[in-house]
Design a protein. Structure first.
Length: 346
């Protein structure tokens, strides 16, 4: 239970930019709103983004976005009960308050579980130029763009560490030194980080050929421009249970067609569907790959990771699809970056 509470506390009148700074500084992605000694609300990154999308600004007050119906426990709550509560409600932090709602501490799911180190390593693809985000990426690589005060790539690293992943490789090319200076050897972030240096752009799959040695366990591969709350543990379990050579994470995506769609047979009208919104599963840029298939990745050449999946399908190898239900945003386009930041460009 966290006891250094001041770094989590904001006041109702604090501006959202102050709240964002507090959330960034405490590394726990949460702030507690305290007034007259009582906890009156909880604020997460998502609360801030939703508030900004609804028309608030960084000068708006914390009280305008805080969740007042937050979940809390008393000091008598035992560890097992708190873990069950968090899992049932899908939350990762619970404030501990007394009968008068005075803050006594905070429980964090990772701390309660004592997340065991996983044998799996992860590769984060961060070598792209981010051309679709120019001029924003002229001087900073896309994975280092800030979302709620923290680089996207740092969010990914901390997310992996939170699920017990301690060996992380980051592929770098464009403005590589910016990334390397920030993360160094990873010790500051609770992990070991090594860099896969692309002499020329190798795409989303080619950097896998630069791994210093083949891993012994399934490898997690992620694009470096994702903001997601994906449960890494469930993804790995799903992969193992399906006996797949590779697993691709997928996201539901709805396409809104602003016109009536005609269904016909020859020149005869069969049906007229007004403004349909068909839904598809799209590639979410997150994968689990068995070590045995890595030799299929050619060395030193541009190679999209989708080509690896096509090669597996051509061989008849089992490939699984894992639907993501958690938050997920690909910030490769300006409108998606704005959405992740809670900025309304209308």
């Amino acid at each position: 239970m966290a006891t250094d509470l001041q770094k989590f506390i904001v006041r109702p009148e604090h501006a959202l930019r102050e709240v964002m700074q507090t959330i960034s500084d405490n590394w726990r992605e949460v702030a507690l709103v305290v007034e007259a000694g009582r906890v009156v609300g909880v604020i997460t990154d998502g609360d801030i983004r939703r508030g900004l999308l609804a028309g608030l600004t960084l000068d708006s007050a914390a009280r305008d976005v805080m969740t007042t119906s937050y979940v809390s426990v008393g000091p008598e709550a035992d560890r097992a009960g708190v873990i069950d509560l968090m899992r049932a409600r899908g939350i990762r932090h619970v404030p501990v308050v007394d009968a008068a709602d005075r803050l006594l501490g905070i429980h964090f799911l990772e701390s309660l579980l004592g997340t065991a180190q996983k044998p799996n390593a992860a590769v984060i693809m961060a070598g792209g130029e981010g051309r679709r985000l120019r001029p924003l990426t002229d001087k900073i690589p896309k994975p280092m763009m800030l979302v709620a005060g923290r680089p996207i790539l740092e969010r990914i690293v901390l997310h992996l560490v939170g699920y017990g992943v301690r060996q992380i490789y980051i592929s770098v090319n464009y403005l590589a030194d910016t990334i390397i200076r920030h993360f160094e050897d990873g010790s500051r972030f609770g992990c070991s980080i090594e860099y896969l240096r692309e002499r020329e752009a190798l795409g989303t799959g080619g950097p896998l050929s630069l791994l210093p040695s083949p891993p012994d366990d399934p490898l997690i591969v992620m694009n470096g421009d994702l903001v997601t709350q994906l449960d890494i543990g469930r993804l790995l379990l799903f992969h193992a249970q399906r006996g797949a050579r590779a697993t691709i994470a997928a996201r539901h995506y709805q396409v809104e067609i602003p016109f009536g769609v005609i269904e016909h047979r020859g020149h005869r009208l069969v049906d007229l569907v007004e403004k349909p919104a068909p839904e598809y599963l799209i590639n979410a840029g997150i994968y689990v790959i068995d070590p045995a298939v890595l030799p299929l990745v050619p060395r030193g050449t541009h190679y999209p990771i989708t080509a690896l999946f096509q090669a597996l399908l051509a061989r008849g190898d089992p490939v699984a699809v894992y639907p993501i239900e958690e938050d997920w945003i690909d910030v490769g386009r300006r409108e998606e970056l704005d959405r992740a930041r809670g900025e309304d460009q209308a």
